[in-house]
Structure formats: C-alpha cells, structure tokens
Ligand binder design. Structure first.
Ligand SMILES: C[S@@+](CC[C@H](N)C(=O)[O-])C[C@H]1O[C@@H](n2cnc3c(N)ncnc32)[C@H](O)[C@@H]1O
Length: 270
C-alpha cells in the first residue's frame, strides 16, 4: 500500500460523501446494519467509519439503548460524519487507528467495519484489535470489495487512466480497495487473529449514477486516487477526470448509467 492510499483529507471527504457514498457504499451499509440489528447488540464499535454512512444506517435500525462508538483514522472524514448526524448525542465519535484502538478489552458486543480492512497495513493486527475489544461470543462484521474486474466502474476508470499515464498508471483502486478479495486468505488471517465461526457471503449490487461524469468525479477526485493523480501532475486532475468520464460514456452510455459492484460480507465470532 502506498503512503497516500490512506489519506482521506483536503477536498476528498466532501466529494466522497456527496458522490461516492450514494454510488457504491449506501447499499452495503444498509446490508451490514440489517445483519448487526439481528444480533441486538448493547454496544457497537465502528472502525474506519469514514463519513458515517454505516453509522447512520445503524442509528436508524438499532434501538436507542444501543451505544454506538464510531471511529476513523482521518479526522476530516469524521468531521463530515458528525455534521450529518440526525440524532446528536446518539453516537460517540472518536479519531482512532483500527490497529491501535483506544478501548479496553472486551468492551463491545459488535465491531463493524465497512470497506476499511483493505486499508489496514497489517490485517492480522487489525483483526486482533477488533477481537481484543469484543466480548466473548461477540461478532465482527465487515465487508471488502471483490476483485476490480467484478466492479465495473472502478475497472473502467483504472484502465482509462493508464492511457493518460502509460509510464506509471495510477493503480490505487486495484491495489488497495480491490486488493483484499481472496476469501481463503481473509479466513486464514481472521483465524490467525483468533476468530472462529467465519461466514463470508458474496453480495452484488448495481451502482447507479446520474451521468458518467459524476462517476468520474467520484473516483478521480473523491478518493485517494486523487492523491496519486496529483502526485504525477496536479494540473492533470481535470484532464484525468475527463478521460475517465469519456471511457465510462463509451462503455455505459451518456445518460444515467449503472454498473455491477460486488463485495464479500464477512461475519466472524470471537
Ligand atoms: C473506503 S473508506 C470507507 C469509509 C466508510 N466506512 C464508508 O463505508 O463510507 C475507508 C476508510 O478507512 C479509513 N482508514 C484507513 N486506514 C485506517 C486505519 N488504520 N484505521 C481506521 N480507519 C482507517 C479511512 O480514513 C477511510 O475513511
């Protein structure tokens, strides 16, 4: 993982929340929140909460007596999440690295992490931290994207940028968000962290957008892919967005478009 892959700051959080969350994250947040509600937890810790899409889904599905603590490495992401909360006081927000959680042992019934595990530089360490703060019998719910070839918009955007930067294509999407999809490996790393009862399920959705340009802005400007493009040549951010939008339009058409997204949703028991 490159150093800038985990930097969600500057203009990224606003664009991420406005365009990227509805594009690919909302349906999986609804899915994870439904699964979590079924175990009726008294205490939930969310890691890598980002701008809070799963947090909001949990607030609307879990009873008011459930304590929710939401954390993320990047404070600018949490600032957006806090600004959007509908029930002030319902969630405790705290900046925290999922690999060094500032909580005691066995504090939570559930740890939830939506599309964050791929960013953990040491997966076993991240999973071990989740397990450490879980009560015996507690559950770890998380999801990861499947390979980039099964996530159509990400694949088209990544291929298009290789035409603009042929010597050094920006590979953030393939390397990090779509770089941890081997379910056997994930099972092994959860087991190494001490989890049992590991149940993965592959879940497809359709990613829908008003236009190819909205998709191009979401990927090129609302994710750390932006950092990679700007490191190569900051003056080419708009050009890169155009190249991606044109490639998406050629493949999916010019009006409202949709594409396959596929993720693995995993439950593991302490
Ligand atoms: C793809 S976003 C997912 C955010 C949110 N869960 C969602 O569904 O929109 C990945 C998030 O992981 C966070 N992150 C990266 N490394 C992390 C770490 N070591 N500990 C906690 N959060 C981390 C980033 O700040 C970012 O908000």
């Amino acid at each position: 993982m490159d150093a800038t892959d985990k930097l969600f700051s500057g203009s990224i959080p606003e664009i991420y929340d406005r365009l990227f969350v509805p594009l690919i994250f909302q349906p999986y947040a609804n899915d994870l929140a439904e699964r979590i509600a079924k175990v009726d937890p008294a205490n939930v810790l969310e890691t890598a909460a980002g701008t809070g899409v799963l947090t909001r889904a949990m607030v609307s599905r879990l009873p008011a007596r459930t304590r929710i603590v939401a954390t993320d490495l990047n404070q600018p992401m949490l600032d957006h999440a806090m600004a959007k909360q509908s029930h002030p006081g319902r969630v405790t927000w705290r900046q925290a690295d999922a690999l060094a959680l500032p909580f005691g042992n066995q504090e939570f019934d559930v740890v939830a992490c939506q599309f964050g595990a791929m960013f953990f530089p040491d997966k076993v360490k991240g999973f071990s931290e989740a397990r450490r703060v879980l009560k015996p019998g507690g559950h770890f719910f998380f999801n990861v994207w499947d390979r980039i070839g099964n996530n159509e918009f990400a694949d088209v955007v990544t291929a298009s940028l290789a035409t603009l930067f042929p010597q050094d294509p920006p590979m953030f999407m393939a390397r990090t968000p779509h770089g941890y999809h081997d379910v056997a490996k994930i099972r092994g790393e959860l087991a190494a962290a001490g989890f049992t009862g590991i149940s993965p399920e592959t879940v497809n959705h359709k990613s829908k957008a008003a236009s190819p340009r909205d998709v191009a802005i979401a990927y090129c400007q609302g994710t750390p892919l932006r950092n990679e493009i700007e490191t190569r040549d900051a003056s080419l951010l708009e050009k890169a967005t155009e190249v991606a939008a044109d490639a998406l339009a050629r493949r999916f058409g010019n009006g409202p478009i949709d594409g396959l997204i596929r993720a693995h949703v995993i439950t593991a028991t302490n």
